[in-house]
Structures are given as structure tokens and as C-alpha cells.
Design a protein around this ligand. Structure first.
Ligand SMILES: [Zn+2]
Length: 56
């Protein structure tokens, strides 16, 4: 399993995501970014997420 903590990229956000692989994480993050942070996922956001993925 992989995990991503949104607070590693967006200070103050406490959402965490877990998924089988980076695609599952990115799908959840894209949804969260759009609804809660009002940003669209772009290449630099994907890069930031991947840089902060943890093994779980
Ligand atoms: Zn967030």
C-alpha cells in the first residue's frame, strides 16, 4: 500500500490517502484538490504527490 498526506504539500490540511498504487492515490488527490483546495491537478502537483508517497 502507498499513502500520501496532503499536509506534506498543503500546510494545514489533515487529509490522508491510501491506495494500492500511485494511480489510486492520484485519483483521490485529484478529487480532493478540486473540491477542497479548488485547484486542478497539473504536472507539478503530480510531481509533489509522488515525491511524498510513503510505503504503508
Ligand atoms: Zn488537502
Amino acid at each position: 500500500m502507498k499513502a500520501f498526506r496532503c499536509g506534506d504539500v498543503v500546510p494545514g490540511c489533515s487529509r490522508e490517502f491510501t491506495g494500492a498504487d500511485r494511480h489510486e492515490i492520484l485519483a483521490q488527490v485529484a478529487e480532493h484538490a478540486r473540491t477542497d483546495h479548488h485547484v486542478e491537478v497539473d504536472a507539478s502537483l503530480v510531481q509533489a504527490v509522488e515525491a511524498n508517497l510513503r510505503e504503508r
